[in-house]
Design a protein around this ligand. Structure first.
Ligand code: C5P
Length: 402
């Protein structure tokens, strides 16, 4: 995520029930210091009024060619030049089709054709329309031309069905388009983050590991960077590119992760342990591939170092945050873990059923330790990046005050 400065944004609204979210999107963009002008299609006006969009954007809404008021202030070509970014939200199936075919019969489509700015779309439609081959083709064409597609999400739809096609939330779209305009809560803070699984070898080809994808840890690293932190990301084996600006240290085993972390933790101000570290490792690692020659096989395991506890036990430790994945008694276990490991905060998520691993979304409860007691706050389910932002918004002031 790039930290954008204020931008001139043309918000296009096409016809769909999700248009009720467009005024909120305008507000979210304005909060980020963007200047917003609005163009609406005729169909969009069936769902929300231009007056609403005029009130939130502070400018007359562009509706039709040669529209006396708006066009006299700024003609459609001028509007196309003025925009540094176009975002059409909601983008209906019909609008996407028009855009894909270069139609310019309505003002919004014409501006999208006439601009040199990046065009982004936030589609919203019935799930079958979304899945239709025609829509898929149109999206492919648009994406190949550099149109950015944001969402859609899946869930309950206005038509009573459930599935993909829900417009992304205004906050998510605003983050995509305008970055995060929040203050630099971690400006210059040296932040050390662990992510991903570890791999404990049994022999040269086999080992013990877990289903961590690394997404949550990488999202924390990205969010910390966006808050101005200096980030070192110690990662187990994952398939993710490092966020730009982070120093990445790749490790394989818990011992390697421990060494990489302990070498850096004393100089860090914030330590966030997101990695799913293997708790045990094989005592003996076979030099060659183990042959199957009996019905059973015994593997002796020994404990790996608890990295989070080690860091928290340093003489002057950084502010420490751990994550805990629990399948039962999540909160009680998190409170206990927070005390036992000496962490300042534990972010706990319920992974009963395994739905979190590799998923884009997550929900956590933050358990704080303060004056020998614990407190907690539940954060609602969100995209892992947005959740990381919310977690850091809470952690940053606690760290600063510690
Ligand atoms: O005890 P549990 O594994 O549930 O604790 C999870 C938290 O502790 C995570 O923040 C994880 O990164 C950290 N941890 C660690 N080293 C270990 C095991 C867990 O840092 N060996």
């Amino acid at each position: 995520m790039v930290w954008h400065k204020s931008k001139r944004i043309l918000l296009g609204v096409s016809g769909g029930i999700a248009a009720y979210k467009s005024p909120q999107l305008a507000r979210r963009l304005i909060e980020r210091g963007c200047e917003v002008r609005v163009a609406m299609t005729r169909a969009a006006c069936e769902f929300i009024t231009p007056l609403t969009m005029q009130a939130v954007s502070g400018h007359p809404v562009h509706l039709h060619f040669l529209d006396a008021e708006a066009e006299s202030g700024m003609g459609h070509i001028e509007l196309a030049r003025w925009a540094e970014q176009v975002i059409v939200a909601p983008a209906s199936a019909d609008f996407l089709a028009r855009l894909a075919h270069g139609r310019a019969g309505d003002l919004l489509a014409a501006v999208a054709l006439a601009t040199e700015a990046e065009v982004a779309v936030a589609p919203a439609m019935n799930r079958l329309m979304w899945e239709h081959a025609a829509t898929r083709e149109n999206l492919k064409t648009l994406a190949a031309r550099g149109v950015r597609v944001i969402g859609p999400g899946a869930g309950d739809q206005a038509c009573g069905e459930t599935g993909p096609g829900r417009m992304s939330e205004p906050e998510e779209i605003a983050v995509e388009i305008a970055g995060d305009a929040r203050p630099l809560l971690l400006d210059g803070v040296d932040t050390l983050i662990t992510a991903g699984p570890t791999w404990e070898a049994l022999d040269p080809v086999r080992g013990i590991s877990n289903r961590s994808s690394g997404k949550m840890g990488f999202a924390m690293a990205q969010a910390a960077l966006d808050f101005g932190a200096r980030v070192t990301l110690v990662s187990g084996p994952v398939n993710l590119p490092a966020p730009r600006g982070a120093r990445r240290v790749d490790v394989v085993s818990a011992h390697e992760m421990s060494e990489a972390v302990m070498a850096r933790a004393p100089k860090s101000q914030l330590f966030i342990a997101v990695a799913a570290v293997a708790d045990y490792r094989p005592v003996n690692v076979a030099a060659n591939k183990i042959k199957k020659d009996g019905g059973r096989m015994r593997v002796e395991l020994e404990k790996t170092p608890d990295i989070l506890a080690q860091v928290a036990a340093l003489k002057s430790p950084p502010f420490t945050v751990g994550f805990a994945a629990e399948t039962e008694n999540a909160l009680a276990n998190a409170r206990k873990k927070c005390m036992e490991k000496g962490a300042d905060v534990i972010a706990v998520n319920d992974v009963a059923g395994g739905a979190v691993f590799g998923a884009e979304e997550n929900a956590v409860t933050l358990v704080y330790r303060k004056n020998g007691k614990t407190g907690e706050e539940a954060l609602t389910k969100a995209d892992k990046y947005l959740l990381a932002v919310r977690i850091l918004e809470r952690i940053a002031p606690l760290r600063a005050a510690s």
